[in-house]
Write a protein that binds this ligand. Structure first.
Ligand code: GUN
Length: 292
């Protein structure tokens, strides 16, 4: 069993991105700039956004974070997005999700200028991705694809089973892995809460992706011997054996599943760091396009 070390892969990729950023700055005389909006005080969201700022700094990009009150109105948030859409100094713009319940997430996503939508959540980018046209691809699916490629794990003709049909992970990943060409050509099954005999479906997977957001869900009896297992989940669960009383758990019961796998991602340090790399790549891409 080989651990898919997303942290190491991401560090290697950051060096390449930093080189490209430096070249771009040489040509354009300014840094690529990622703007992030975070609404409220959700601790996970605040941590994710802080990590994204650090990533930008490490590769030589600018970032700015707009921390808005949890009580902001839909109109107030739309106004903030529109201002950043029109700001010529901003190349990429993200709104950290989830948003507080009173806000209409879809309307906010659709307000982001598709040419700055480095999360790849806008329907224009989702549609273009499905059609195989140049687009921003959302960060987690792109990161998973890059991680498979980094470890030279073949996808052509493989059976891939994805658990979880979210707009952010499951749906776009199913598209990426089934598209024609390198990194694609998988036969993809997209499973969800209504899938009949999930364990049986999962056991046919050469590449099995758990992205449903339920800690320790995937058990050994759901995994074929020699499968590649990708764990997208990350949840804080109680663990009295640790100093803090908590630990981070993925959607995969790692201890039970790992011995059956050819490759498996750890949590943390698997998919997460690769997701952050994809956001940097998309931001650089946005800057390159704006300068063309
Ligand atoms: N919340 C969880 N993942 C993501 C992501 O990739 N982008 C944004 N904007 N919010 C998220």
């Amino acid at each position: 069993m080989v651990l898919l070390d997303g942290k190491a892969a991401a560090e290697a990729m950051k060096k390449d991105i930093a080189g490209e950023v430096a070249r771009w700055i040489g040509e354009c005389g300014r840094k690529p700039h990622l703007a992030a909006i975070v609404v409220g005080q959700d601790p996970a969201s605040l941590t994710y956004v802080r990590n994204k700022e650090n990533d930008c700094r490490q590769v030589g990009m600018d970032s700015s974070v707009y921390r808005l009150s949890a009580n902001i109105s839909q109109e107030g948030l739309i106004e903030c997005v529109r201002t950043l859409n029109e700001d010529p100094a901003v190349d990429g713009l993200i709104v950290q999700l989830p948003l507080p319940g009173h806000l209409n997430e879809q309307e906010i996503i659709e307000t982001i200028d598709p040419s700055k939508d480095v999360d790849g959540f806008h329907p224009v980018n989702v549609g273009r991705m499905v059609l195989g046209l140049p687009s921003f691809v959302s960060a987690t699916p792109a990161g998973i694809s890059d991680l498979l490629d980094y470890y030279r794990i073949p996808t052509r003709g493989k059976e891939c089973v994805i658990i979880g049909r979210s707009n952010i992970v499951g749906k776009p990943l199913a598209n990426l892995l089934s598209r024609k060409g390198p990194g694609g050509d998988c036969t993809v099954t997209l499973c969800h809460s209504q899938t009949a005999d999930l364990a049986k479906v999962c056991r046919r997977a050469d590449i099995l992706v758990a992205a449903l957001g339920r800690p320790l869900f995937l058990k050994a009896n759901m995994v074929k011997e020699g499968a590649v297992v990708i764990d997208v989940g990350i949840t804080r669960i109680e663990d009295k054996s640790t100093k803090s009383g908590f630990r981070l758990a993925g959607d995969v019961d790692f201890e039970a599943v790992a011995p059956r796998c050819s490759y498996i991602t750890p949590v943390p340090g698997g998919v997460g760091p690769m997701t952050r790399i994809s956001l940097l790549k998309n931001t650089l891409q946005a800057a390159l396009k704006r300068n063309q």
